[in-house]
Ligand binder design. Structure first.
Ligand SMILES: *Cc1c(COP(=O)(O)O)cnc(C)c1O
Length: 358
């Protein structure tokens, strides 16, 4: 078997430690004599898995007791609907930083007043707009942002001001990459398939006082349904939750917490950006202060050369480096699970490619 380095934006690579543990436990999880996939979600074996994952995440991210942790389904995309359905009353402020906020805006507009507080659309989303409280609509209930923009490689380094309003943030592609102060948010959500685990789980961290009784909503689309039932109102994505739990265990016990994870991520990203900035062939279009540690887009400036790069990189065992179709060029997603050797191998390949195609 030849192992490749997978730079996919999501579903993305997972740590070998996690995959090996899952393989070892495939036929007999925790002495149960069965796979997690076969367990009743009402069994104590599975409840231990779910509650164990929650406990680990609470420790890892330092999540206060007045926040609920939910494991939902429907991806990040269902949150684009659940959020306005549950919380939009007078209106919402959204900062438009790309494809994923555009989709959230489209859904928000179906449910009420949606004010675009700022946008970097005119510059193809290569920076994070900086706002002041004056940019917000005084009547809205909350401010909505996408903290790391997977497609463009931008990231908020400081949260926007949101005087007197709730803050709801999409952390799909940066959650667990660094410590965050959860108390600065009223709700965080993240599809698992970028930086947590396999596709099929959506993690929601939500302040308990946000959760209202909403019998008017479809039962499955009310946060209260899932909070009241400890994410077990219906059959949850059991195996995905188990995999998320293994990832939390890896981050806590093998990596040693999110401070360490951040250091590793900063080192990996710095190497790659430093090389891109020093190179004559490649460039990264993102404002330097807004660069993401997780998703690094780059171009040669020549579409045919970009295509040649993607093809030859694949032959060299560096797969899924093609940029998103709306941006073109290349993108290396270097989430938590991408080992530093993978980034080194990519840089070595880029150097060789630059020499050959100068
Ligand atoms: C991938 C992604 C989504 C969409 O996630 P799905 O699970 O495919 O619905 C939303 N937001 C961000 C930032 C993403 O990267």
């Amino acid at each position: 078997m030849s192992k490749v380095y997978n730079f996919s934006a999501g579903p993305a690579c997972l740590p070998e430690w996690v995959l090996k543990r899952a393989a070892e436990e495939m036929l007999d999880a925790n002495g149960s004599g069965m796979s997690v996939m076969e367990m009743s979600h009402r069994s104590s074996d599975f409840e231990n898995i779910l509650n164990g994952a929650k406990d680990r995440l609470r420790r890892l991210m330092n999540i206060p007791e007045d926040y609920e942790i939910l494991f939902l389904q429907g991806g990040g995309s269902l949150q684009f609907d659940m959020i306005p359905m549950n919380f939009l009353k007078n209106g919402a402020d959204v900062i438009n930083t790309g494809q994923w906020t555009k989709k959230a805006i489209k859904e928000h507009e179906k449910f009420g007043k949606t004010h675009i507080a700022a946008s970097s659309a005119e510059d193809n989303f290569t920076y994070i707009p900086k706002i002041t409280n004056e940019d917000l609509d005084p009547d809205t209930d909350y401010v909505y942002i996408c903290e790391n923009n997977t497609i463009y490689g931008t990231k908020y380094k400081e949260l926007p001001p949101h005087d007197g309003k709730r803050l709801i943030a999409d952390l799909s592609s940066c959650i667990l990459s660094e410590p965050v102060d959860v108390t600065k948010y009223d709700m965080i959500f993240a599809g698992a398939q970028k930086n947590i685990g396999p596709a099929g789980v959506t993690l929601v961290i939500i302040k308990k006082d946000m959760i209202e009784d909403r019998p008017d909503l479809p039962t499955m689309l009310s946060y209260k349904t899932h909070a009241d039932a400890n994410s077990l109102y219906n059959t949850p994505p059991c195996y995905g939750i188990y995999m998320c739990g293994l990832m939390f265990e890896y981050l806590e016990d093998v990596i040693g917490g999110l401070e360490n994870m951040q250091k590793i991520n900063e080192r990996k990203a710095k190497k790659l950006y430093d090389y891109i900035d020093s190179s004559k062939l490649y460039s990264n279009p993102v404002a330097v202060e807004d660069r993401s540690l997780m998703n690094v887009p780059f171009v040669t400036g020549n579409k045919e050369l970009d295509a040649k790069f993607v093809k030859e990189a694949k032959e060299a065992g560096l797969v899924n480096v093609k940029g998103h179709r709306t941006v073109g060029g290349m993108r290396a997603s270097i989430y938590n699970s991408m080992p530093e050797e993978g980034v080194d191998a990519l840089i070595d390949f880029m150097k060789k490619f630059e020499e050959e195609n100068a």
